[in-house]
Design a protein. Structure first.
Length: 229
């Protein structure tokens, strides 16, 4: 699998969640962030995990997060997701081969999804978890008039984790910061500066908790996964 470092951006303001910190909201009595980190902590090839929190919270993180695992360390995030990921990448120890980026509010990732992404990264490309589009796509103009119906068979919804050769990812992030390029997706940044990206199968249930309604869905998914276990 290679030596893996994981960065988890979790420094957002939670505006779409009414200002509530998404990763600290609870599912079945546990913070979302704990669910998110658990598969990485349980993976034998993950050597370091860096969680980017807002500066104020990074200086005094919750005790459960500090005590979770020695590989988990908190760093102060930046003004954008790009800056937060970059700071977390810089905080990883030397000698790692693969860098994995995973959303802090995406609690249902599995070892299998992680391994599929990392396998691509070990071959020198970016491996991005995703899921094929099932809804019909519509392209609209500024007035919401439909101007085209793209072929959905060519489109996937990007998820995380996203795994990359670590040195190449760091080089891409350095260039991104120098040029003030701040995409919302790590693979877009990686590709912008010369990397090749390949989609791998994630999961239809690999949900990112973003809106209040997502909490209801996440609770239902968690109940279903526990009953199915």
């Amino acid at each position: 699998m290679g030596r893996i470092g994981v960065v988890v951006p979790a420094a957002g303001t939670g505006q779409r969640m009414g200002g509530r910190k998404k990763v600290f909201l609870e599912l079945a009595g546990e913070p979302i962030l704990r669910y998110t980190l658990r598969p990485f902590i349980g993976h034998p090839h993950v050597e370091a995990i860096r969680v980017a929190l807002p500066a104020g919270e990074a200086s005094d993180p919750p005790s459960w997060l500090q005590d979770l695992d020695p590989r988990v360390k908190v760093v102060a995030g930046g003004a954008s997701r790009t800056e937060s990921v970059y700071r977390a990448l810089l905080a990883l120890p030397d000698g790692l081969e693969v860098g994995v980026v995973h959303d802090g509010a995406r609690p249902f990732v599995t070892h299998e999804i992680l391994e599929r992404c990392v396998e691509v990264a070990r071959k020198g490309e970016g491996g991005v978890a995703g899921w094929p589009m099932v809804d019909t796509l519509k392209e609209v103009d500024a007035s919401q008039q439909v101007v085209a119906t793209p072929d959905r068979s060519r489109y996937w919804k990007a998820q995380t984790p996203q795994a990359f050769p670590l040195e190449q990812l760091l080089a891409a992030y350095r260039q991104s910061m120098e040029r003030d390029f701040h995409p919302t997706d790590d693979s877009a940044l990686f590709a912008r500066f010369g990397g090749t990206v390949r989609m791998v199968e994630g999961g239809a249930w690999n949900l990112k908790v973003t809106h209040p309604a997502d909490l209801v869905l996440a609770e239902a998914l968690l109940k279903w996964k526990r009953e199915d276990a």
